[in-house]
Design a protein around this ligand. Structure first.
Ligand SMILES: [Zn+2]
Length: 391
């Protein structure tokens, strides 16, 4: 790569030759917009952004630290990194390739390979997962030489070990109650949670059976049937019923989506320096906060209404086999209102009234709707619209 006028360059990631590119101004959140970034149209990695610099003579080149990170990669590492870039673009994740994300992708991949040995998965190929992109708890597809698959979840290095243990114990209770969900696979030593060590640090990992069905969000419209919606409602109902009736061990450790959590989220939102909220907007936030806290107070934290919930029920976290919806991502699990969990699942999953009706009927085959469902449902929906990631 040499000059602004040059129409092509070699893709530094996959080394495809003569890839078309354009020079663009950097987005302001990334760096000074007077600085350049490159947009490459690589037939393998797809249309991606790359960090760049402008020399004193006006010529634009790939950012040297980025190049220094990518240059030494082996062919296998390049193939993996190229796949990561493709997947991110396919899922509309916006990123500019620089040394940090290159290190992060490849670092997690090396961790996953070390972790996979705990299950005896030698010779398997590790793919970045098709969706989700939980960068802290990276998910990998393990593709064995005979074509069979597993799923490997690399738990965040900052996660408390008790939290993973809690998730696995709760998951087992869900499975016993016939909630369609993940089936854990034991490592070589028989333990479901494995710890791998590398460079003086350690991380936890878990492996699950492969579920051979598409994620809900990839289903063609006609595949989202009334039966599927009803089964989804029943699965959520069963999950809530487990939490409402189980004896919770005192070592359980997970987050709480309660009034305090909401207030903290809103404090952070209001304090964001780059958002110049008007006095009217701040007053609106505070009004919502007051109303939600009153609702939570009214609902209380009784066992029928508040318990451990998946907390991230969504089309991209549900895999479908026939008309059975498998709840497959529990990494956000924690104590919360069943009402909020229901509201989130419905908001993200249904755009047809008959599906929503079937979903609620499925839930009520298992247990009554949580208290205050009609009264507070819209309020929880409003809270979710304003405080997008609070729950
Ligand atoms: Zn490429």
């Amino acid at each position: 790569m040499s000059s602004v006028t040059s129409p092509t360059m070699n893709c530094p990631i996959c080394r495809t030759r003569e890839v078309a590119f354009v020079v663009k101004d950097a987005p302001a959140f990334y760096k000074d917009p007077k600085e350049p970034v490159l947009r490459l149209d690589c037939p393998k990695c797809s249309n991606y952004w790359l960090n760049a610099v402008r020399h004193a003579d006006g010529q634009v080149a790939v950012d040297p630290p980025t190049l220094a990170t990518i240059e030494p990669l082996t062919d296998t590492e390049r193939a993996y990194f190229s796949e990561c870039v493709q997947r991110m673009i396919d899922h509309n994740c916006w990123l500019i390739i620089g040394p940090d994300n290159a290190d992060h992708f490849l670092g997690d991949w090396r961790w996953a390979q070390t972790m996979a040995q705990r299950w005896g998965f030698e010779g398997a190929r590790l793919m970045i997962s098709g969706g989700g992109f939980d960068a802290a708890n990276r998910l990998f597809f393990v593709v064995h030489q005979d074509g069979t698959r597993h799923v490997l979840r690399l738990v965040s290095r900052h996660a408390e070990p008790a939290r993973t243990r809690t998730m696995m114990d709760w998951l087992e209770r869900l499975r016993q109650a016939e909630v369609p969900t993940l089936t854990p696979v034991a490592g070589l030593d028989g333990a479901m949670i494995q710890t791998a060590s590398m460079d003086g640090t350690s991380r936890q990992g878990v492996v699950f059976e492969w579920i051979a069905g598409p994620v809900w969000e990839d289903l063609p419209k006609e595949a989202v049937t009334v039966d599927l919606a009803r089964n989804f409602g029943a699965a959520v109902g069963r999950a809530h019923q487990v939490s409402a009736t189980m004896e919770t061990p005192n070592w359980y450790h997970c987050r709480r989506y309660d009034g305090r959590c909401f207030t903290q989220y809103m404090e952070r939102l209001k304090a964001k320096p780059h958002r110049d909220y008007s006095a009217a907007q701040i007053a609106e936030f505070e009004g919502l906060e007051r109303r939600l806290l009153v609702a939570m107070e009214t609902l209380g934290e009784g066992r029928d209404d508040f318990g451990i919930v998946p907390a991230d029920l969504a089309p991209h976290n549900t895999q479908v086999v026939g008309t059975v919806p498998y709840l497959v991502d529990m990494m956000s699990f924690g104590w919360g209102y069943f009402l909020a969990d229901l509201q989130k699942a419905m908001r993200l999953t249904f755009d047809r009234e008959e599906h929503e009706t079937a979903f609620l009927a499925g839930y009520q085959q298992v247990r009554p709707l949580p208290r205050g469902f009609d009264q507070f449902r819209e309020l929880f929906a409003e809270a979710k619209r304003v405080a997008v990631h609070w729950f």
